[in-house]
Design a binder for this molecule. Sequence first.
Ligand SMILES: Cc1ncc(COP(=O)(O)O)c(C=O)c1O
Length: 174
Amino acid sequence: MPFTFKDIIMTCGAAGAINAVLKALINPGDEVIILAPYFVEYLFYVDNFQGQSKVVSTRPDFLPDLKAIQEAITPRTKAILINSPNNPSGRVYDRTIIHGLGDLLSDYSRKGQVIYLVADEPYRKIVYDGVQVPSAFQAYSESIVVTSYSKDLSLPGERIGFLAVNPQAPIGTN
Ligand SMILES: Cc1ncc(COP(=O)(O)O)c(C=O)c1O
């Protein structure tokens, strides 16, 4: 499905994008799953909207541990924030993991609990040796990509980023 302007919002970097997404998604007390190790500011972003961060450890290879994520989900879980290529581990989440996560979240959607997958991808273009970064949009419809040009164009001071809502999601940016 093609993008339209209503699916994309320009933001002040990825930080602005994540904050805009969390402001839209969470009510006080809602939970956001964050995978450790994580970009430290995530906890402050969730806290900005009185959300609760639920930190879940990754596997020893720094890939998401789907069983641990499932165990961390509660009726208050509103979103999971992932970051691939990851800061700080450098790990790129492969297609199997992204689709496994999408399948897990789809199970909850089918049961009536929508858990948004927020994919923070400011390092998407900084990969080498033919490594591919799989698309969260192809794995799960209720997904939102947040990104910035701070890293790939080395322009952190310019604060240029955007958020993109999966065109297949039953939500829009307006
Ligand atoms: C994983 C991750 N997400 C978000 C950000 C914030 O990016 P920006 O400076 O574009 O707001 C950073 C910055 O270091 C980051 O490493």
